[in-house]
Design a protein around this ligand. Structure first.
Ligand code: CA
Length: 331
């Protein structure tokens, strides 16, 4: 039987990051909007064109957002969503009312772009695109959903470069407190002198984002994209070295089920947390419920577009074994 080997996505272990090249939305910080006025937002869309696929809505004092809208505000606290226990109260990434954030009520709208910006770049250079995200939905709510993002890249002529790039970090609904997570992915500029970047929300979710950033990275040439450790400060990041090996076992085919074993090895000396395992299932197959195991423990993966997804924690130098089965659909 065929053994599928995934070529590991390798990035330098340690790289230096340049300045933020994004200038829209006040360098991706939203910090020039209504500083000092909590729980409200401007009556007029402050950054026209930034979020073309959602309707801008003013957040009035004590008010909430209607479906499929977004707003720019410095705090999300004293309103019906928060007071009703659906959303976390939240301040922007700086934790002060002196800067704002983008808040999206997107729980009824998935696979939609919500942040679009065009940035000048150097040719054939690796860039780290990153942003901070907070899942507004409390885990105690019915069907809390993780926020999952992709990055869409267009060249200077408007042509799309490859497919949407899944951002490895998934932002889960949280149980005891609101949490901002930094998310991002590395892209190479190729022969382009500018790139148009869009963040896509994949799952239905309500979330806030802040501090959107595109930074050149220097270090060993990688020319690729892949998982990396969240940045701990503005200038340095650690990037992990990860191997993925996937096999299908010829002895576990029962009827029309095919079972896979995936081993993810963390070859670095950094513990990996919340790494998104993502595997698109073969055509004409579906995931067999209750067959997903991580290191022998039954777990429930996420499914989107027939892609199986699960968040992994892999200590430094260790491996995690994932098993699951798919069923060939009868034609
Ligand atoms: Ca901000």
């Amino acid at each position: 039987m065929a053994t599928v080997l995934y070529i590991p996505k390798r990035l330098p272990r340690s790289v230096a990051l340049g300045n933020n090249l994004i200038t829209d939305a006040n360098n991706g910080t939203f910090s020039d909007v209504l500083s000092g006025i909590p729980n409200t937002s401007p009556p007029i869309e402050p950054y026209p064109g930034l979020c073309p696929e959602f309707v801008y809505e003013q957040l009035a004092e004590g008010g909430t957002l209607t479906n499929d809208t977004y707003t720019i505000t410095n705090t999300m606290a004293d309103n019906e969503f928060v007071n009703g226990g659906y959303w976390w109260p939240a301040a922007d990434r700086t934790g002060t009312p002196l800067s704002s954030m983008m808040v999206l009520h997107a729980v009824y709208k998935s696979n939609t772009s919500f942040f679009k910006t065009t940035v000048p770049v150097d040719h054939n250079t690796d860039y780290l695109f990153s942003f901070w995200a907070l899942n507004l939905i409390r885990e105690s709510q019915p069907n809390p959903t993780p926020a999952v993002f992709k990055l869409r890249v267009q060249d200077e002529n408007g042509g799309f470069i490859g497919g949407d790039i899944t951002i490895p970090e998934v932002v889960p609904p949280t149980a005891t407190q609101e949490i901002w997570y930094q998310c991002g992915v590395v892209v190479n500029s190729g022969n382009n002198s500018q790139l148009t970047l869009q963040i896509i929300t994949v799952n239905p979710a309500d979330f806030a984002i802040d501090n959107v950033c595109l930074q050149g990275i220097t270090g060993e040439p990688s020319g690729c994209l892949g998982p990396f450790e969240s940045i701990s400060n503005e200038t340095q990041t650690e990037i992990v070295d990860l191997d993925l090996v996937k096999t299908s076992c010829p002895y576990t085919i029962k009827g029309k089920d095919i079972c896979y074993t995936v081993t993810a090895s963390n070859n670095s000396d950094i513990d990996i947390e919340r790494l998104l395992f993502s595997d698109k299932l073969p055509d004409s197959t579906v995931y067999v419920p209750y067959t997903f195991f991580v290191d022998g423990e039954s777990q429930t993966p996420m499914m989107a577009d027939n892609t199986i997804q699960y968040l992994l924690n892999i200590p430094a130098g260790e491996s995690v074994e994932i098993k699951f089965c798919v069923r060939v659909e009868s034609s």
